[in-house]
Design a protein around this ligand. Structure first.
Ligand code: XMP
Length: 527
């Protein structure tokens, strides 16, 4: 990955641990750039990347398993400090002449580490630490040159080192929050052992990213599909800073947006940032394609395909427009808000989940079809870093911290047919949910909070009149990444306020339910 050579840098070799990304983030929280690479990256390639230090992640395998991920042992001869965590420690011991066995005892969960010998890795941390274990293999004899630093109840070699060769190993996981002082251990490693400088800041990232984009793009033009979500919004703001009017954003109103969404995007990007913004109202096109369709996957496919067509049409239109500053060029580049976790998927040994639960909507088909080259300025960043960049570029909090919103929009929150009437009911209910969540200070604490409209009517009473009206479901979930989720235990008073307002103010609704399902087995969206 292109990175300014002046940066301090820690490389993390990924052996398939569920915590590999967490390690990378912890290092970046120390303001030190970190990058995840494949476990079997050859030593020569590693050396060429000029890292200040290496971290070997944990992993699910046992070093003696057939096909267990192996390391190029030459890595230990590079003279670069190495920290092996869990499986990383086992590999180090195994390759350098120590002994690793599967003891049959799995040490899992919280434990206490007793520091027996002074070590730079534990400087300033005292002699007793709470740590988090998750391992089956255990080192039973150390390689030559190594010594014990700390032990746990179940393990005599829980922290070891060869300070001469700057090799360090931990049986436990310093990167997880259950090792409360783990961050200080990592800080000792990156600052004092690897001598990294704190030079990874979002300010420096913005400057470098702008320079990289200018170099890549030259005098050519870039087009970006702006959805109003965090990633495409920050991409737009960053590219605008880098290349100004060489960037054109296309915002498609698919008729499935939340209330006032098109206003917010046009205000922020058009009026405040003065981005070249093409607003395409394609509501009619989408809604007529969706008429009579009730199957969730069919809805998603229709919306995804139609989006690509509308986007293509808009680009062709832009190239044709006479008198506009973008008449003379076709767009050579397509910008996308790809983030680091998407990039890691392709380098890690874990790969992508095999089964498609829902077909997600994006513009992935466009580059091949229209021969675009991609500009992806956020490829190096985690989501929290993207938000910091957004704030530094002057985007408002309502954009930078907004909740995720699915590409197919309200269509996957209207069960059954999507009609203008049902859209309008859901928009009104959704607006009430958002405003009450914000007023109660809950909006930014949860992953998502929204309303769903069911194709179910039930009997109610209003005044002295019998009603037979629609049902709205309220979904409020917490989640780290959308892969798993749980419903949020918000105060009853908040639920009561939302329910009361929806049934009183939204014509056509007489019943509100709260969804108390987690993911799995449910999903976050209803379709
Ligand atoms: P599910 O419903 O699969 O949702 O549990 C997980 C997260 O993904 C969002 N989501 C989407 N995002 N295009 C998107 O960009 C989509 O088609 C899409 N479908 C679901 C959903 O809102 C949740 O945050």
């Amino acid at each position: 990955m292109a990175d300014a050579p002046t940066h301090s840098k820690i490389l993390i070799l990924d052996f398939g641990s569920q915590y590999t990304q967490v390690i990378a983030r912890r290092v970046r929280e120390c303001q030190v750039y970190s990058e995840i690479v494949r476990f079997d990256t050859p030593a020569a390639e590693i050396a060429a990347l000029k890292p200040n230090g290496l971290i070997l992640s944990g992993g699910p395998a046992s070093v003696y398993d057939k096909g267990a991920p192996q390391i190029d042992p030459e890595i230990f001869l590079l003279g670069v400090p190495v920290l092996g965590i869990c499986y990383g420690l086992m590999l180090m011991a195994h390759h350098l002449g120590g002994k690793v066995v599967f003891t049959g005892r799995r040490e899992y969960g919280a434990g206490g580490l007793h520091i027996k010998n002074r070590s730079e890795l534990f400087a300033g941390l005292g002699s007793q630490l709470d740590v988090w274990n998750s391992h089956g293999d255990e080192v039973t004899a150390l390689p030559k040159g190594f010594r014990v630093v700390g032990t746990t109840e179940g393990c005599d070699f829980a922290a070891v080192e060869d300070p001469q060769r700057k090799l360090y190993g931990l049986q436990f996981h310093p990167e997880v929050v259950h090792t409360p002082r783990g961050k200080e251990i990592l800080q000792n490693f990156v600052y004092h052992i690897c001598h990294c400088a704190m030079d990874w800041t979002m300010g420096s990232f913005i400057e470098e990213a702008c320079a990289r984009v200018r170099k890549q793009v030259g005098a050519d033009k870039v087009v970006l599909g702006l959805s109003g979500g965090v990633d495409s919004s920050v991409t737009a703001a960053l590219l605008h800073k880098a290349i100004g009017d060489q960037l054109t954003c296309i915002f498609v109103n698919n008729g499935l947006l939340r209330a006032r969404e098109e206003e917010i995007v046009q205000r922020v990007f058009g009026e405040n940032f003065h981005v070249q913004l093409k607003y395409v109202d394609a509501s009619e096109r989408f809604l007529s394609k969706l008429r009579g369709v009730t199957d969730p996957e069919q809805k998603r496919k229709i919306i995804g395909n139609e989006f690509i067509r509308v986007f293509e049409d808009a680009i062709i239109d832009l190239a044709k427009t006479n008198g506009s500053p973008i008449t003379d060029h076709k767009f050579r580049f397509l910008a996308q808000g790809t983030l680091y976790p998407d990039v890691i998927e392709s380098v890690s040994i874990q790969g992508n989940p095999a089964q498609v639960i829902k077909s997600h909507h994006n513009v992935g088909g466009l580059p091949e079809k229209m021969h675009f080259e991609l500009v992806e300025p956020l490829r190096q960043l985690f989501k929290d870093e993207v938000r910091q960049v957004g704030l530094q570029l002057g985007l408002p909090k309502e954009i930078v911290y907004r909740q995720p919103f699915p590409g197919p929009g309200l269509a996957v929150r209207i069960l059954g047919e999507v009609t203008p009437e049902r859209l309008s009911i859901l928009r009104e209910a959704d607006t009430i949910v958002q405003s009450e969540m914000e007023a109660a200070d809950w909006y930014y604490k949860v992953w998502q909070s929204f309303a769903v409209l069911l194709p179910v009517q039930s009997v109610g009473v209003m005044g002295d009149q019998r009603t037979y009206e629609n049902t709205v479901v309220l979904r409020i979930v917490e989640s780290q990444d959308g892969m798993t989720a749980d419903w949020v235990r918000v105060p009853y008073e908040l639920l009561a306020r939302i329910s009361g307002r929806i049934s009183n103010e939204v014509k056509g609704v007489n019943r509100v339910c709260y969804d108390i399902s987690s993911k799995p087995p449910s999903t976050i969206e209803w379709e």
